[in-house]
Ligand binder design. Structure first.
Ligand SMILES: [Zn+2]
Length: 112
């Protein structure tokens, strides 16, 4: 069935992302450096490919998410674009306040 193929794809992608998060947080420094060198360019490429699909036009509208039905809404970047932007540009303090979890920050401090 197509759905099971897609759900399997989705599952393996999320497992890969979970593995990366776990390794980034818990692996020793040498492994983490290797992971960053190997995976960061791939992550950036993936993100760029996604952002290319959701690049706001000169009016701030997303050509991918735009539909006729919503064309009268005020122009603004789509949720996909905003989510990527927030994830990448929000400061760690804001992140911690939002999640109520300072473990990532503590780990970064202890690592260096
Ligand atoms: Zn979009």
């Amino acid at each position: 069935m197509p759905t099971s193929v897609f759900s399997q794809l989705d599952k393996s992608l999320h497992e890969h992302l979970s593995d990366l998060m776990r390794l980034a947080a818990k692996a020793d420094d040498r492994t983490a450096i290797g992971l960053a060198r190997a995976e960061l360019p791939r992550m950036v490429s993936a993100l760029k490919a996604l952002l290319d699909e959701h690049q706001p036009d000169e009016n701030g509208r997303c050509p991918t998410c735009r539909t006729r039905r919503f064309s009268r809404r005020l122009p603004s970047p789509c949720r996909a674009y905003l989510a990527a932007h927030l994830c990448l540009t929000i400061t760690r303090d804001e992140q911690r306040a939002a999640s109520g979890d300072g473990s990532a920050r503590r780990h970064l401090r202890s690592a260096g």
